[in-house]
Write a protein that binds this ligand. Structure first.
Ligand code: PEP
Ligand code: MG
Length: 538
């Protein structure tokens, strides 16, 4: 299904149409699109809202409009064609920056289609309205479209493009819509409009021409509603804190409603992704307060700005680095701009004083013991009592015993830890077999981190995507992990599976995974021990 708009022909302006008038029409159309997207954002929630706001900002981006206007003036092309070409130039530029910026080319195409639709008075591109439930199959989906999907109508979606940690995939998980992204064109092109298919977003499988029994089974699984009551524990009562990952106040409120026992990862950089300047301390206090106040009396783990690589912050990162994932990102930005961390810690301490939440603060990408000491000393100097670190770099896991002489706690970021252990870009769907925390090398490092923490009596949590996989959750608990932080939607499934096993069983199952030779063997060995996964359709 094509959700975009047809490419306008290369046509020059009729001599009777004044160039400046056409330039104004481009600016007006961009403003209309921005206004529409902002109105949609106001109706969306959580991450969907943030993404729509970001797309609205893209519509307001002066680069797109001014490039299109220059094309109209210099080549006298019709405005819709000029916008099309300007968007191409902007996409090429973003593509060359790689990582998070490259992912935003989908937003550029979305904004382009919307502006062209306004200019040519065509229907707005987007998800078709259907009377029936349907599975949406498309080349790609803009995050703005994904955010507005109605889970009552769109029962699942499949895209041929997109990486597993793309915004679209993260949003689909937050909306609870089964989705398979990045299948490759041969899979989506083989599907025939109107045919019946079953989509299993957990297993990543598509069943064509399913039998009635298979349809009934899928319906039965989909109708089971599980909820989480905020009491994460194994079958024998060993507490496992089940926490939520959030990026703003709306996400935090949704997580509280979903029963999360606290926040295990507040990605503070999500509040400021498109800001050209460092936010003021006051603006930061407001942003942090909106998250903290959703969890009075509960733990909220706040991560200091994780800027760089797939999440550049214009005021903090250098866009010209050759290898941004290995460059001056995350905590390393303090080498150049130490005051940004000072301002953030000051704002966080102020926000903490305004709320009842128990703030734990941690820094991303800590690589050495000196960094662990410097960060935790500094955080404490601002009155933030519980100071820790993320374990995302293999060196941090290997040196955990020394790290915990300084850090009060650690949280393992399995997304980056896997990326760095396997040397595989986490955004590339073509390397998905390497980019999985089922890799025994990753699990062994997590075990090392937990062993390093034990003599110091420090808790280790996990806040990467691995924590949301119920089978991996069992392994992580068996390795000694005390808390798991995930998208709030995953809480009931992880809870249900953990409640089916004792701590000793978790430990035995974890040892099978760690002893496996390959990721697939680890996954299969663990799943074979957890028949509940099949029963719950996980
Ligand atoms: C991680 O790397 O696993 C993590 C939780 O951080 P992020 O996904 O924000 O890089
Ligand atoms: Mg990370």
């Amino acid at each position: 299904m094509a959700l975009g708009i047809e490419e306008p022909a290369i046509e020059t302006l009729d001599p009777s149409r004044p160039t400046e008038h056409e330039c104004d029409r481009v600016a007006e159309a961009a403003q209309t699109v921005k206004g529409n997207l902002e109105a949609s954002a106001a109706q969306a929630k959580g991450e969907g809202r943030t993404l729509l706001e970001m797309t609205a900002q893209m519509a307001a981006d002066p680069t797109l409009t001014s490039t299109a206007q220059a094309i109209i003036r210099e080549r006298r092309l019709v405005p819709e064609r000029a916008v099309w070409e300007a968007a191409g130039t902007l996409s090429d530029m973003l593509e060359s920056l790689g990582g998070y910026m490259a992912e935003r080319t989908r937003d550029v195409a979305d904004v382009r289609d919307r502006i062209v639709a306004v200019l040519t008075d065509s229907p707005m591109p987007g998800i078709p309205q259907m009377a029936e439930h349907f599975v949406l199959v498309a080349e790609d989906l803009a995050p703005a479209d994904t955010a507005l999907l109605d889970p009552e109508k769109v029962v699942a979606f499949i895209t041929s493009e997109g990486g597993p940690t793309s915004h679209t995939a993260i949003l689909a998980r937050a909306l609870g819509i089964p989705a398979i992204v990045g299948t490759g064109a041969q899979v989506t092109q083989a599907l025939i409009e109107g045919e019946t298919i079953l989509v299993d977003g957990t297993k990543g499988t598509i069943t064509r021409s399913p039998s009635q029994a298979e349809i009934d089974h899928a319906r039965e699984l989909a109708s089971r509603v599980r909820e989480f009551k905020g009491d994460g524990a194994t079958k024998d009562g060993h507490e496992v804190q089940l926490l939520a990952n959030v990026g703003d106040g709306a996400g935090a409120r949704a997580a509280a409603e979903a029963g999360a026992m606290g926040i295990g990862l507040f990605r503070t950089e999500f509040c400021f992704l498109d800001q050209p300047e460092e936010p003021t301390v006051d603006a930061q206090v407001e942003a942090y307060r909106s998250v903290l106040e959703a969890f009075p009396g509960k733990k909220v783990v706040v991560r200091t700005l994780d800027a760089g690589a797939d999440k550049p912050l214009p005021f903090l990162t250098d866009a010209t680095e050759a290898n941004p994932a290995l460059g001056v990102r995350a905590y390393r930005t303090t080498r150049r701009d130490p005051e940004v961390l000072d301002h953030q810690l000051e704002a966080l301490a102020k926000a903490e004083a305004l709320t009842e939440a128990k703030v734990w603060v941690m820094a991303p990408m800590i690589s050495t013991v000196e960094e662990a000491k410097a960060f935790t000393d500094k955080a404490r100097s601002y009155g933030l009592k519980t100071a820790g670190m993320m374990i995302e770099v293999p060196s941090a896991a290997l040196m955990a015993d020394k790290m915990f002489e300084h850090a009060d706690f650690a949280s393992v970021g399995t997304n980056d830890l896997t990326q760095y252990v396997m040397a595989a870009d986490r955004l590339l769907s073509s390397l998905a077999d390497l980019s999985t925390a089922w890799q025994p090398a990753v699990l062994r490092l997590i075990a090392t981190a937990c062993q390093g923490a034990e003599p110091h009596g420090r808790p280790v949590g996990v806040c990467g995507e691995a924590a949301a996989d119920p089978a991996l959750a069992v392994v992580l608990v068996g390795l000694g992990v005390a808390s798991l932080s995930m998208t709030a939607r995953a809480l009931p499934d992880v809870d249900a599976v953990l409640k089916s096993v004792t701590l000793a069983e978790c430990q035995r199952i974890a040892s099978l995974a760690v002893a496996a030779a390959t990721a697939e063997q680890a996954r299969q060995a663990v799943r074979a021990e957890l028949p509940i996964l099949e029963e719950l359709g996980l």
